[in-house]
Write a protein that binds this ligand. Sequence first.
Ligand SMILES: Nc1ncnc2c1ncn2[C@@H]1O[C@H](COP(=O)(O)OP(=O)(O)O)[C@@H](O)[C@H]1O
Ligand SMILES: [Mg+2]
Length: 480
Amino acid sequence: MIKKLPENVIRIISSGQIASSPTAVLKELIENSLDAKAKKIKIVIKNATNFSVSDDGTGIPFKELPLTVERFTTSKIENLNDISKLKTYGFRGEALYAIASMSKLTIKSRYEKEKIGGQLKVCENTIIEYKPIPFSQGTKVLVEDLFFNTPVRRKSISKREKSNMLSSIKTLALANPDVTFQINEKILPATSIHERIKQITGLSHMCEIKEDKFHIFFKKREEDERKKINLIFVNRRPVEIPEIKRLMEELNIGSYILFLNLPPEEIDVNVTPLKDRVLIKNGEILNKIKTKLKPEVTLPSVMFVKEERAEYKTEKIKILGTDGTIIIGYDSEYYYFFDQHLIHERVNYEELIKRLKAGKIPTLKLSQILKFPYSKELENKLKSAGIEFFTEGKEITVTAIPEILTVNDIIEIVKGKTPESIASIACKKAIKSGYFPVDTSQVEELFEKYLQCEEREVCPHGRPIYTKIKRKKILKNLGR
Ligand SMILES: Nc1ncnc2c1ncn2[C@@H]1O[C@H](COP(=O)(O)OP(=O)(O)O)[C@@H](O)[C@H]1O
Ligand SMILES: [Mg+2]
């Protein structure tokens, strides 16, 4: 006999695909924060079924809070036409509804234009609390006891779920380097795409090609299978595109992170509820990528990774001299223009860090008490910054700090940032622009030290240290 399913069963079945795993749920929440233009997103994962996502985005108007957990309610599109112009991750208005059907969900939010916030608690799609509360601008979504009413799904949570959750966060963080991500205690500060790739993959060198509609970072070979990174983003959305995967294999590219920036009308994201398949309507882009990546094409190799910067290793840059501001050098392929002050700043900075690590900078006893919750990570960080401390129970007490640091720097270090005072000391000690070294040997000595630096692309404040021009281009301009 054909019977209509009870409401609660319909809800769970139809939510299946979106909230299929804790990782999928977490991804939806982070995407909502990104859609709300958050610049800081904090993710706290207690375990696979209890976690929260907080952001400093636009927030949700108090009146609209209950709508968020209704099915097919969204603030992101109004009609079919809007789907083709879509710039947000979400648009189906199903995620919070689905999550609310299988967990105890709490949403706290304050809308940017309102003075008071609101709290909504929902369980199995029934609102159990809805009240105004004081809250800072933004939104916090807390998921508790996920899948408590779907034992099978609960049992099928993968042993690797937590690591899947982390890699899903990292993928979204890669596509949004301008957003600060905090994952439990760990902070990834907002930065450039190059730094973000470094923060996440640990790779400091990859080739890079930037074109109008795509930006790719890649490594030709990757001997270690486990280190392979194959990621494709279309307009910041992580997606799978089998044609591109095949193309990369064909071209023997081991690791790649490909960002495609296509006008929304050239793609179709409405393929599956998971939105992880994208149809590219115009195949031209694939040909373009292919031509640019063909092995016979010489690859621009200046990157933030050492191997590919073979120009530094195998062929040394010859220094022509300095005008007091710019050091000019060349090799067979490029002319280089280095900012003399920034080179010096980088050299000073790395020397200071080395001395700090080696405990070679005198310390000052602290008169105030500075305590932090104990973690192994923090212990290591403090050690490597030459900070003296003792551990008691679950607390670390800082007793003395190197004289070049301030108490504020310690707080920054705890947050995972580089102390500003080291950068500014490095800067103050660096030769100012306009200073003309007496002989080129001094410039060469400075340049040698710079080549030993771990980071050569940017100064401690993040400014690029050099720019370069292809020799071929100069010759062409000269009509040769
Ligand atoms: N972190 C957030 N900040 C601001 N608004 C949010 C946030 N999360 C959800 N919302 C609001 O709730 C609505 C429903 O969210 P969701 O169910 O994920 O659907 P969708 O993202 O497809 O619109 C969103 O359209 C948005 O208006
Ligand atoms: Mg959403």
